[in-house]
Design a protein around this ligand. Structure first.
Ligand code: FES
Ligand code: FES
Length: 208
């Protein structure tokens, strides 16, 4: 049976009985990126597998530290596999899958990729992280985003978070210019751009 992680330690704030982390994570849940339980070596049951056609193929992927065996059609993009088969609704679509907005960004084998431009079958054997996983792996980043008001409607936010997480995995303390460059492919219709480098710098600084 999968083992659940121990609850994270909480840091109390001026928000009364609600911890800063709980406040941040509840905000992410509202964005469609609720935290998921972690890590298992056995394949996790898939909620509702679609009917398999003759052309369907089986793939094995690890998503947010859960292993899955999925049946996918060759033309299905990773975004749809994650959303429709695994229910990971943080993976968004702001440009009708034209590769222009970054809201569908997920981390595949350590690199941020546009899941609307990546076929599910290409990801056989891949290790994938979505914003749901970031909520567990970098709660400090989520907290920095919430407390620095990096979102208005919040639709683009999971894509920004995932891109920022991939940067912090690669560079522990990135310069502001590196953050701006890394986030350059993520669009925000609400114009929250100035807030993102502040949050990422804060999360990077708090990591020491
Ligand atoms: S949905 Fe816009 S880049 Fe993928
Ligand atoms: S916060 Fe609304 S699109 Fe970015």
């Amino acid at each position: 049976m999968p083992q659940r992680k121990q609850p994270h330690e909480q840091t109390k704030t001026g928000l009364g009985p609600i911890s800063r982390r709980d406040f941040a994570l509840s905000s992410v849940a509202i964005l469609g990126a609720a935290s998921a339980p972690h890590a298992a070596s056995d394949p996790r049951p898939v909620p509702s597998p679609p009917p398999a056609a003759a052309s369907a193929r089986k793939i094995r992927i690890t998503v947010n530290r859960w292993n899955y065996e999925l049946t996918v059609e060759p033309e299905w993009v990773l975004r749809d596999v994650l959303r429709q088969q695994l229910g990971l609704l943080s993976v968004k679509d702001m440009c009708n899958g034209h590769g222009a907005c970054g809201s569908c960004t997920v981390i595949v084998d350590g690199r941020p990729v546009l899941s609307c431009m990546t076929l599910g079958v290409e990801c056989d054997g891949a290790n994938i992280e979505t914003a749901e996983g970031v909520a567990d792996s970098r709660p400090d980043l989520i907290e920095a985003y919430v407390l620095n008001h990096c979102m208005q409607c919040g639709y683009c936010t999971p894509g920004f978070l995932v891109t920022a997480k991939a940067l912090l995995d690669r560079v522990m303390r990135p310069a502001e210019s590196e953050i701006r460059e890394a986030l350059g492919g993520n669009l925000c219709r609400c114009g929250t751009y100035p807030r993102h480098p502040i949050a990422v710098l804060e999360a990077a600084g708090g990591r020491a």
